[in-house]
Design a protein around this ligand. Structure first.
Ligand SMILES: Cc1cc2nc3c(=O)[nH]c(=O)nc-3n(C[C@H](O)[C@H](O)[C@H](O)COP(=O)(O)OP(=O)(O)OC[C@H]3O[C@@H](n4cnc5c(N)ncnc54)[C@H](O)[C@@H]3O)c2cc1C
Length: 618
């Protein structure tokens, strides 16, 4: 967006370091990465260029629920992202720990650092991850830090409280990393990647992106790999009765169960001891051994996150087939950290208390790289819009998982680390991963998020898709009474996902000119035609709801003084301060009747104000 920006980080060498497993995407998260790419973000491209295994999840199911996922080379991912930041015009990088914020007249105006250097700026995006008063636990052992080997931001929390920001405490955890050559892969089941990788970036509309050195041949030597080539496998194995018994015997020594950890952890991504307690009748649990890179022999044990003491971890790991002689390189641990309950934010991710201060990522109570990245992008765009006095970027719930995520956070808040699921989106049929650029096109255009040549390519793609949908709906193959679209729908009903062949084309013959279109256009047209009835129903619903989204709620509304509004609703509304009637209706505990009362009140107030200012006729 051309804004002059400073990025301060405690350690430049850990930019884009993946704290947990080096995997990007997955159900609902894969859609978010494609949205980030559509909005001009880097995550998708970085994953494509540093990925070592690609899989399309739910491939055998309908296109609506398919999501790309990739395992990345952890170091390559980090190095490339740092290089991209270094090359970004207008962006300066600086290594220091931020120790406090500078406030003036209810706004943030800069920050202090541990180097006694102060920085001034007009807006700030705070993305502290798990570092605010970060405390790591391995059994009784405690170490300060946001991540193993990293620092803890000790004083920033107090500075935030001084500014009027409330904080809470959450926790998350990560499994041990083991040495590949100490594992017996013959006792595990191989999980190869897809033969045809599904990339995250919209390569059909991106201009030439200038590849990183690792994808190039240099002087006849291969320095790296081409995107999607020479994939590595992941491996599956299961825990045993013995693993469960070891955990049960030592439960009192787990940092979580002994009361050492006060923060709330994610229910959907439980520690292994949680799984043993909550699913006591399950005889075994699936584990994935995932490579951390091409040039390292470290493996991540997906599914075995724990805060048990190290010697217990060792016994647990060695009770698993294939891991009997595993050498642990990094122990599993849990980390507790401060977060700022996100209902303190407006939909632009700006604090409602401190002007110019934006929050994004784990500090908002979320968990996950993709969840953090899409918030960072929106907060960044809005920090610029705030400086320029432009309206904020607010993505609707029907336009993207990014919109669902931010609306959930600022409207409902979260009582545990929030992770995105497809079930959180009420209009998920509209949010297929291939349509991200098309759904977000108005925002891309309005906020100038991609270069003009890419915008032109996205516009052209959108036009081709609309033209082909209309064409297939109205034309018939020679000698047929049904239109092409009817035939596609009949085939979809018969074959389900089988409407597409292995090459991503329709299984039935289609007009020759259509078959010559690029795959992204063909897939989206087939999707829209196959689900036309459902998609139209969704769009009609959204149209109805959009009336409520258009009604702005005055910021100074005194909810307690509104007659007929229940006390509980008035309190909730006063604390969240929704921006529109639509948002008010999504606050838990606020009923449709409350929304109607609010609507009548706002309209009456508007009419009173119009008549008192003499503008009634207008
Ligand atoms: C142990 C652990 C396990 C996890 N497990 C999972 C998981 O299973 N699944 C999942 O999806 N996600 C998991 N995550 C979460 C995932 O790593 C985060 O959600 C994601 O990285 C958050 O991104 P972020 O940008 O908000 O913060 P981070 O990636 O944590 O980055 C924060 C950055 O801010 C810098 N920083 C912090 N404070 C300061 C300061 N005061 N001054 C200067 N710089 C500062 C840090 O140096 C760091 O670079 C885990 C995280 C951890 C730590």
């Amino acid at each position: 967006m051309g804004a002059s920006t400073l990025l301060i980080t405690g350690n430049l060498d850990t930019i884009a370091q993946m704290s947990c497993n080096p995997a990007i995407g997955g159900l609902a998260k894969g859609q978010i990465v494609r949205e980030i790419d559509a909005l001009g973000g880097e995550m998708g491209l970085n994953t494509d260029l540093t990925g070592i295994q690609f899989r399309l999840l739910n491939e055998s199911k309908g296109m609506a629920v398919q999501s790309p996922r990739a395992q990345c080379d952890k170091k390559a991912y980090q190095f490339r992202m740092k290089q991209v930041l270094e090359a970004q015009p207008g962006l300066q990088l600086f290594q220091a720990q931020v120790t406090g914020l500078l406030y003036e007249a209810g706004r943030v105006v800069g920050c202090r650092t541990n180097l006694d250097i102060e920085f001034r700026g007009r807006t700030m995006v705070l993305t502290t991850g798990t570092f605010l008063k970060g405390l790591m636990h391995i059994g009784r052992n405690k170490n300060e830090g946001g991540r193993l080997g990293d620092f803890s931001a000790r004083t920033l929390s107090d500075s935030l409280r001084e500014g009027g920001i409330e904080l809470g405490r959450f926790k998350t955890g990560t499994p041990a990393r083991v040495l590949g050559r100490s594992l017996d892969f013959t006792r595990m089941q191989e999980q190869p990647g897809d033969a045809r990788p599904t990339f995250f970036a919209f390569h059909d509309t991106r201009p030439d992106t200038g590849l990183f050195h690792m994808e190039h041949w240099a002087a006849g030597n291969r320095l790296g790999w081409l995107p999607g080539s020479s994939p590595l496998s992941c491996w599956m194995t299961y825990t045993t009765d013995e693993t469960a018994a070891i955990v049960r015997e030592n439960l009192h020594r787990s940092a979580m169960y002994s009361g050492e950890i006060k923060g709330v952890g994610p229910r959907y991504c439980p520690s292994f001891e949680d799984k043993i307690v909550r699913f006591a009748d399950k005889p075994r649990h699936l584990l994935f051994l995932e490579p951390e890179g091409r040039t390292t022999d470290e493996y991540y044990i997906n599914g075995l996150s724990t805060s048990l003491p190290f010697e217990v971890q060792e016994k647990m790991i060695r009770s698993v087939p294939g891991l009997e002689h595993a050498v642990i390189m990094r122990p599993a641990y849990a980390v507790e950290y401060d977060y700022a309950p996100p209902t303190q934010l407006s939909p632009s991710l700006e604090s409602k208390v401190v002007g110019g201060l934006f929050f994004a990522g784990q500090i908002n109570g979320t968990s996950g790289y993709e969840e953090a990245a899409c918030q960072g992008l929106v907060a960044g765009v809005n920090a610029v819009n705030c400086v320029r006095g432009l309206p904020p970027l607010v993505i609707g719930r029907h336009e993207g998982y990014t919109g669902v995520l931010i609306d959930d956070l600022v409207t409902k808040g979260t009582t545990e680390p929030y992770r995105m699921f497809t079930s959180r989106a009420e209009h998920r049929l509209l949010l297929n991963h291939g349509s991200a650029e098309l759904r977000l096109l108005p925002h891309i255009r309005q906020h100038g998020l991609v270069a003009p040549d890419r915008l032109a390519r996205i516009e052209a793609k959108a036009q081709s898709i609309s033209r082909w949908v209309a064409e297939l709906e109205k034309t018939r193959p020679a000698g047929s009474s049904a239109t092409w679209a009817d035939l596609i729908r009949q085939s979809a009903a018969r074959e389900g996902a089988g409407i597409l062949d292995g090459e991503g084309s329709a299984a039935l013959p289609l007009p020759e000119a259509f078959a010559r279109e690029g795959e992204p256009v063909r897939l989206e047209v087939l999707y829209r035609v196959s689900y036309a009835g459902y998609l139209q129903r969704e769009l009609r619903q959204i149209e109805k709801l959009s009336e409520l989204e258009k009604v702005r709620i005055p910021a100074d509304l005194d909810y307690k003084a509104i007659r007929g509004l229940r006390i509980e609703s008035a309190q909730k509304l006063a604390s969240i301060k929704p921006f529109t009637l639509g948002q008010a209706g999504r606050i838990s505990g606020v009923s449709p009747a409350d929304v109607s009362i609010l609507m009548v009140h706002i309209e009456a107030r508007r009419q009173r104000q119009a008549s008192s200012s003499g503008g009634g006729a207008a």
